[in-house]
Design a protein around this ligand. Sequence first.
Ligand code: SF4
Ligand code: SF4
Ligand code: SF4
Length: 330
Amino acid sequence: MAEKIKTAFLLAGGCAGCEMSVVDLSEHLVDALDSLEIVFWAPTVLDAKYSDLEAMPDKSIDLAFVDGMIRNTENLHTVKVLRDKSKVLVAFGACASMGGIAAMGDLHTKEELFQEAYKDSFSTDNPDNVYPSPEYLLDGKYNLTLPAILDHCSTLDQVVDVDYFVGGCPPNYTFVGKLVNAIIAGDLPPAGSWLTNGKAVCDVCKRNPATTNQERFLVDEVKRTCDDRPDPEICLLQQGFMCFGPVTQGDCGGSCLNVNIPCRGCGGPIPGIKDFGARCASMLASSMTDDATAQKFMDKFNNMAKLFYRYSHTTSKLNHAIAGHKEDTP
Ligand code: SF4
Ligand code: SF4
Ligand code: SF4
């Protein structure tokens, strides 16, 4: 039997939802185990220590997936070690590839985030204003440490070399199988590629006006899904709902559209787009009749940055401009 592919999964600053997409392989995961030997899966599945990963020989892992962005010193350390230990490293999902949902925190200061999380949130009771500290001396003799939060989020490729990128929040589970098959066949795409079917969400959407003989027109309405229930057959953009399907990679098969929700762009930009949020804004603007519609849009969506850069703020020109991000990337 051919040697198994030594595979690792590391959760950095994410929610572990990406790893649910591995579990979504369901019985295929059992089949995949004929080809895979999982040598590391932390912290979600194994209670591994830093030393366990550090002790592995360099390049002894064939295929490593990282989900989550780089948010604290532990994320930074473990992805650097994993890079040394791995032949192929995959930024798996929107957080690792583009920053993801939680990276919108960079639109606030660290102090604002801590104040909200540990003081002001509805469910927090913290009368003594206790905040997490990277070091704490307990009973005068036990020095307890926590990973320190970094000044800003980074994507995986902003701190180490990355071989492949996968979008999605979470990604479609088929990418794990695709990579394993490509490694077995020795047929890997060029390093630095996004793993994608190359289609936009509109291309796979069952309501695409081009394939359903719907008339296309400029819209003069702006709606949120809490305003109205969309017609399940008609293109959402044509109904006035803000759908990013035209500019988003469609590897999910149009999952949100299938349940009557507009695409919010978690799949990442289709090839050739330099700034995803800026392209979303220009695409929506070009679908509107006039300035009055644009004004309705601005009245309804009062935080454009969080709408357009919901998943991609860390890779945006906006982020680099406001944070001087490149200069102080760890
Ligand atoms: S991409 Fe989405 S599912 Fe994956 S870790 Fe980030 S927030 Fe969670
Ligand atoms: S804009 Fe949205 S609803 Fe319309 S075809 Fe594209 S993905 Fe489907
Ligand atoms: S439709 Fe858009 S937001 Fe929904 S899963 Fe697909 S890419 Fe992500």
